[in-house]
Design a protein around this ligand. Structure first.
Ligand SMILES: [Zn+2]
Length: 66
């Protein structure tokens, strides 16, 4: 059993504030989107990778980096 959505925590790459992000695991194996940090309001590029067993890992990068 698995939920369609996963809540994950990451640290803002600018201010290191822990933020949670919700990923729709049915949305694809690799998803990229940009959100604004709720603390420093800077844009963060999020890459979410959904493994075949439903495990989700995320990478948070500064916009324009890599
Ligand atoms: Zn921030």
């Amino acid at each position: 059993m698995s939920n369609a959505e996963e809540d994950l925590e990451y640290n803002c790459p600018y201010c290191m504030t822990p933020i949670s992000v919700r990923v729709d695991v049915t949305g694809g194996r690799r998803q990229a989107f940009t959100i604004d940090c709720e603390n420093c309001c800077r844009p963060i590029e999020i890459e979410a990778i959904v493994e075949s067993d439903g495990t989700v890992s995320i990478v948070a990068k500064r916009e324009g980096e890599g």
